[in-house]
Design a protein around this ligand. Structure first.
Ligand code: ADP
Ligand code: MG
Ligand code: MG
Length: 914
């Protein structure tokens, strides 16, 4: 049992001294919010005093089955007494009460995931004290009713609608339209009603501590209020949406959340009070400007809730009564940026002209903004190019390669909203999270259309292609979450009059009514909403992205980088090769020749496989030679001067043949319809041949190099096509650089015999064409046996390329096609696996690769090594292959090349930083 300190103080105390014990480095102990509150106080910013209960306390509490660790409650009680002393007020005091907020804060920011309680400490006595101190009964009763509402919802899970209904009824009774118009008396009456709702909806059995005189009562004792609120924050760490968020963002479950107990400051004390959220730069596009919103005479969450119209932060300093606090805030923007050397996200409150900082953190931003800000900060001398590159998350680049509306299209614009998260999306309208999930599971793209989203909508937001809300601004829940996920989002589409119950939306200013299932298009970069499906196009690699990737290339290819980290592409046709060159690929790491046999060419290979007429087969082979030579020539032309690894035919043959089941059905139909008996017989014969080729385990069957051994004509033809194409281009004065790769080798002799055959053909063609064909021959290493005998294979190979899809498949004995659908999700859920090994490389697979590289290098120091499985495009795997397994390059699909370049630079930076 750890005897570590469980509670840390922060903030200015009543006598002006600083009592702060923590700092920004302590996020794993104090959580992000607590660590940054401490940091702000430490550097002299005004932070309301408080204390932070450590994340470790939460973990111990949860592990013990919701039981406080020994001594922890006492430590919290002591910290609370200390806070009362420092601040000179007491919780529950009838004359001048201390009020606090209880705020969650995990090591990684989890927006909207955890719960916060404000105004804690109010009861029938302390509310009198608050009235006496502020001379403002309306404010005091409003705070009290808000507290009961929040506490009931967050701590005890009482349905929030019950309170909203009571509020609405009260407004009707008072004959007013908004809450702000309710009088002190109205609010006092509401407090009574709220307490009654509480008593009626909390069970005495579950909460014996709340029973007074035989019935449940709203807890009056501030110490009990505090304990219950802290427990609720601890408990929220394991609520469903928090777990889902962590899963999606790869945050471990065992970190826990800290709890911050902090003296309340009030932004709702009249016209010289305000509350707001801000970013030190524009988080949507990165522009260097103050960005955010504030509300005069309002408290905390009002800004995000989208209830009232906010004002832009740039107007704050010119607001009567708020000038000096506004100017001070602007000063802190630069203090914080210089201190954190990054764009910050800030929550603040102004209480009667005094500014209080309530939160800061390095702000989330779109991919576009991340690039802009990093580049600007290099220009401002705040950070180095290496830091700029290391700050860009490769996975986030995806957003920039997100589709946009085709500029040639003429979208039928039906409404406009705020451009809350970039990228365009097309999908069917759905009005609820459940409907979003259901349709998405059927493979239908959807746009989730909501009044505003809340944390319970997360599932639907994950399932949707795009999100549209009719309310809420750019810092609303929908906007923040969408930007984090990289999902296109348009907020505040006021023309959308949504009737979620009827599953329809009226478009104000027109007679248009859209129903569930109707297709719309949204552009999160411009805020445009259009009817129907607007054609989309992908973005280009220019501007800021080009700049950062250029810096990344300088880093990963630098002569002093140790081993340079190269990026190649998997491309099977000239178009992909061209695209990959634009995306910055240096070479082709994998050209899958069998992909050249698809489409109309399928029948040629079928004839070759199935016919027993030798002339017919020879004819088919000639035809394949002709088309493959053309394919290779045009790819070598595109890749002139760059290596191009060509893999000999690899997949199980049945992939080229008709499905026997379908053929069977077709024959039965033909017969039933009295078709030509001659034709029926021919088809029967074909079916027999196909059946004869069927295998119980095609993935472990006649494929890879085994095919080349059995159908010796195939590799002869393919090598000849490569050699002919190369010879032709050399004759034209070009510089073709093909490399031939033998797939699925397990036994050294497989490779040795293939190599002899390949070299014989190369010599023949070279002699025929009168050119020297110096074409390297390598092995695709994708079986555990090959890794273990890598030293012996290496003596005959010029390079190795690891096929990590098959290597993962054969290391685990998982069939990829089935495993991902059938049981990997369950394995992830039950934590048997921490990650899908087909997405992120597994430790054991990595170890096999490392072993093979080490053995091979020892035998053949001139060899080079690459990875060309799916993992070659996964940023985390890229870093590990390059740094832990010692490979020279990764190869991935064209669209992942940009992020692979960045990840490769990250690998080199990680190495040079030790
Ligand atoms: P979240 O993590 O969801 O942002 P917070 O703990 O930051 O939750 O609190 C929610 C809101 O309550 C914020 O707007 C914050 O500014 C406000 N708030 C929290 N603590 C205080 C306090 N001590 N005084 C005034 N407002 C507070
Ligand atoms: Mg906050
Ligand atoms: Mg393979």
């Amino acid at each position: 049992m750890s005897r570590d300190k469980r509670v840390y103080r922060f903030g200015t105390d009543g006598r002006g001294g600083d009592a702060t014990e923590g700092s920004a480095e302590m996020r794993y102990i104090l959580g992000g919010k607590g660590a940054n509150l401490a940091e702000m106080a430490r550097i002299g910013l005004p932070v309301p005093p408080g204390f932070t209960i450590t994340c470790q306390t939460c973990v111990e509490y949860a592990q013990a089955g919701d039981v406080w660790p020994e001594g922890a409650l006492e430590e919290v009680a002591a910290a609370e007494r200390d806070l009362e002393q420092r601040y000179g007020k007491r919780l529950g005091d009838a004359a001048d009460p201390l009020l606090v907020s209880v705020r969650s804060g995990a090591p990684f920011s989890m927006p909207g995931m955890m719960d916060t309680v404000l105004n804690l400490g109010l009861n029938d006595e302390s509310v009198r004290g608050l009235i006496a101190q502020t001379d403002n009964p309306r404010f005091a009763w409003d705070s009290y009713r808000r507290f009961i509402q929040m506490f009931s919802d967050v701590v005890l899970g009482v349905d929030a609608d019950l309170f909203e209904n009571a509020l609405t009824a009260r407004r009707l009774l008072a004959g007013v339209r908004t809450d702000a118009e309710l009088s002190a008396e109205d609010l006092e009456a509401l407090v009574g009603e709220f307490k009654a709702i509480f008593s009626d909806h909390v069970s005495a059995k579950d909460h014996p501590e709340l029973v007074v005189d035989g019935a449940v009562a709203f807890p009056a004792d501030p110490a009990l209020q505090l304990r219950l609120a802290i427990q609720a924050v601890f408990g929220s760490w394991m609520n469903e949406r928090a777990i889902l968020y962590r899963q999606r963002n790869g945050i471990p479950d065992d970190l826990g959340t800290a709890v911050n107990v902090q003296v309340m400051v009030f932004g709702n004390k009249g016209d010289t009070s305000a509350t707001g959220v801000a970013f030190t730069r524009n988080p949507a596009d990165g522009t260097r400007e103050f960005y955010g919103d504030f509300l005069v005479n309002a408290q905390g969450e009002d800004v995000v809730a989208g209830i009232r119209n906010t004002e832009p932060i740039s107007d704050l300093a010119s607001k009567p009564g708020l000038e000096s606090a506004g100017a001070e805030l602007e000063r802190y923007f630069s203090v914080l940026e210089n201190h954190y050397r990054d764009m910050c996200d800030i929550e603040f409150t102004i209480e009667q002209g005094s500014l209080w900082m309530l939160q800061t953190r390095v702000g989330k931003r779109t991919a576009g903004a991340a690039l802009r800000i990093a580049i600007d900060m290099v220009g401002e001398g705040l950070i180095t190019r290496e830091e700029a590159v290391s700050r860009i998350d490769p996975a986030q680049l995806d957003q920039l390669l997100h589709p946009q509306f085709d500029t040639a299209a003429r979208p039928d614009v039906i409404a406009r909203g705020l451009n809350a998260s970039p990228g365009a999306a097309v999908g069917a309208i759905v009005f609820s999270s459940d409907d979003a999930v259901e349709r998405a599971q059927r493979g239908e793209p959807v746009i989730l259309v909501r009044w505003e989203t809340n944390p319970d909508d997360l599932k639907g937001m994950v399932a949707a292609e795009g999100i549209l809300t009719s309310h809420g601004g750019k810092t609303s829940h929908a906007a923040v979450i969408a930007r984090g996920m990289g999902t296109p989002c348009v907020c505040g589409v006021e023309a959308f009059r949504i009737d979620a119950a009827a599953k329809e939306v009226r478009i104000a200013g027109s007679d248009l009514v859209l129903h569930e299932g109707d297709v719309i298009s949204i552009d999160g970069a411009t805020g445009v909403v259009a009817a129907g499906a607007v054609p989309l196009v992908s973005a280009e690699l220019t501007g800021d992205l080009g700049t950062i990737l250029g810096w990344a290339d300088d880093i990963r290819l630098a002569p002093d980088a140790g081993r340079p980290a190269h990026v190649r592409v998997n491309a099977d046709n000239p178009e992909d090769a061209r695209l990959a060159l634009e995306f910055g690929a240096e070479a082709i790491g994998l050209c899958r020749t069998e992909h050249m046999f698809l489409g109309e060419r399928k029948s040629i290979i079928q004839t070759f496989i199935l016919s027993d007429d030798d002339t017919e087969r020879a004819g088919a082979l000639d035809e394949l030679l002709r088309v493959q030579t053309e394919d290779f020539a045009s790819m070598m032309r595109t890749m002139d001067g760059r290596p191009m690894v060509i893999r000999l035919i690899d997949p199980p043959l049945h992939e080229f043949l008709d499905s026997p089941r379908e053929l069977d059905v077709a024959i039965a139909r033909l017969e039933a319809a009295g078709g030509d008996p001659e034709r029926v017989r021919a088809l029967r014969d074909r079916l027999r041949r196909i059946d004869a080729m069927s295998e119980a385990n095609p993935m472990l069957g006649l494929r890879g190099v085994r095919l080349s051994v059995i159908f010796g004509d195939l590799p002869l033809m393919q090598v000849r096509a490569i050699a002919e194409a190369a010879a032709r281009l050399i004759a034209e004065g070009l510089d073709p650089r093909p490399e031939i790769m033998v797939p699925l080798v397990a036994i050294t002799e497989e490779h040795v015999q293939m190599r002899e055959l390949i070299e014989r053909v190369l010599r023949e063609v070279g002699a025929e064409r009168g050119v020297a064909l110096d074409i390297p021959v390598g092995t695709m290493v994708e079986l555990p046996r090959a890794c273990l005998v890598a030293g012996s294979i290496a003596a005959h190979a010029d390079f190795f390329c690891f096929g990590t899809n098959d290597l993962t498949q054969t290391t685990f004995g998982f069939s990829r096609d089935d495993a991902e659908a059938k049981f990997i999700p369950a394995y992830l859920h039950r934590k048997i696996l921490a990650a899908n090994p087909f997405e992120t490389v597994d430790d054991a697979v990595l170890e096999l690769v490392r072993t093979a590289v080490d053995k091979a290098r020892a035998v053949n120091p001139g060899m080079h090594f690459g990875v060309c499985g799916e993992h070659g495009g996964d940023p985390a795997s890229i870093v590990r292959f390059l740094n832990e397994a010692g490979v020279d390059y990764v190869s991935c699909s064209p669209y992942r090349v940009p992020q692979a370049r960045l990840a490769a630079a990250h690998a080199v930076l990680a190495r040079t930083r030790g």
